[in-house]
Write a protein that binds this ligand. Structure first.
Ligand SMILES: NC(=O)c1ccc[n+]([C@@H]2O[C@H](COP(=O)([O-])OP(=O)(O)OC[C@H]3O[C@@H](n4cnc5c(N)ncnc54)[C@H](OP(=O)(O)O)[C@@H]3O)[C@@H](O)[C@H]2O)c1
Length: 276
């Protein structure tokens, strides 16, 4: 991997998270390049020791920097993927690995834009990649080589865990782990709000809820028990915790989660048909 030249095309929050992860994993800065729209963003990236070019400085920055890359990571917005691939068509190596991070843009759409490039990969990272604890799903295009997938896997392993899945599952993965940080923050928001409603200060509510989340996850990570066992350990039959779980079950919490997931998958399918 160290000898591969990696070019980030569109390097905002997600692109720069992966770029920084790659640097932290020891990838040589001289092997990394990045493009942005604005000069300001490009200059911030140059501070990291990588070469960066803004479209504001050079209109053909994308094809110039991707032109000699082995791995090309697309971090532009989903609606920009097709136009960006059109810029790269014929300018990048045929065996380059082209990895899109865009939500809802299918491998079929990518292949239609880059018919001469077999090594197409679709990925779905999540924001904890910013702190090296991301979860990224990757799916191979129909003609993608094993080596290309291994390189894509290694790239995202620099910012967390990687799961290889068929593209048919990527919208569900996107709802579960891609959007997952929003699920977690939403629970925390609601949980802290009810603590404040019960008269605790904001600081106390944060300490109770965030501290419990953190401690419970550590307990889970550091033992062999399943979440259901750890839950039962704090749930005496007929006790107060049992009442909480009973209330959640009566409200059909699982069905609510499932409805959220299905709505997200439906939206991803709508986005996919609008970017074809
Ligand atoms: N953020 C997430 O949680 C998340 C999760 C999974 C997947 N994704 C996917 O990751 C992609 C990027 O999302 P993001 O949140 O990182 O967006 P972002 O922060 O807005 O980054 C977009 C980047 O693209 C640059 N850019 C804009 N137009 C360009 C062009 N024509 N050519 C090259 N670069 C261009 C921008 O430059 P400037 O810096 O100058 O504006 C910026 O660096 C999206 O496709 C999204 O679906 C995001």
């Amino acid at each position: 991997m160290d000898n591969l030249r990696v070019s980030f095309i569109g390097t905002g929050s997600m692109g720069s998270a992966v770029l920084k992860g790659l640097l932290a994993a020891g990838h040589p800065p001289a092997q990394i390049s990045a493009t942005t729209k604005s000069s300001l963003s490009a200059s911030a990236l140059r501070q990291l020791g990588v070469s960066a070019m803004a479209l504001e400085e050079s209109a053909d920055a994308n094809s110039l920097l991707a032109g000699d890359a082995d791995l090309i990571v697309l971090g532009v917005k989903p609606y920009q993927i097709v136009e960006t691939l059109a810029e790269l068509k014929g300018e990048i190596a045929n065996n380059a690995v082209v990895i899109s991070m865009a939500a809802g843009v299918s491998l079929e759409t990518m292949a239609a834009s880059l018919p001469d490039n077999p090594n197409l990969v679709r990925s779905m990272p999540n924001t904890p990649a910013l702190v090296g604890k991301g979860v990224t799903g990757i799916s191979a295009g129909v003609n993608c080589s094993r080596e290309a997938m291994l390189a894509a896997g290694e790239l995202f392993a620099s910012v967390g865990a990687v799961i290889e899945i068929p593209e048919s599952q990527i919208n569900a993965l996107s709802a579960i782990s891609g959007s997952g940080p929003a699920w977690v923050y939403y629970f925390i928001e609601q949980w802290e709000a009810i603590a404040i409603d019960k008269g605790f200060t904001k600081e106390q509510a944060e300490m109770m809820v965030r501290g419990t989340f953190d401690g419970a996850l550590d307990l889970l990570a550091n033992g062999d028990s399943e979440p259901s066992e750890l839950r039962q350990n704090v749930t005496s039959p007929g006790g107060t915790t049992a009442k909480i779980i009973e209330t959640f079950d009566q409200a059909k919490l699982k069905s609510i989660f499932e409805a959220g997931l299905l709505a997200a998958v439906k939206r991803a399918e709508e986005i996919a048909s609008s970017t074809q």
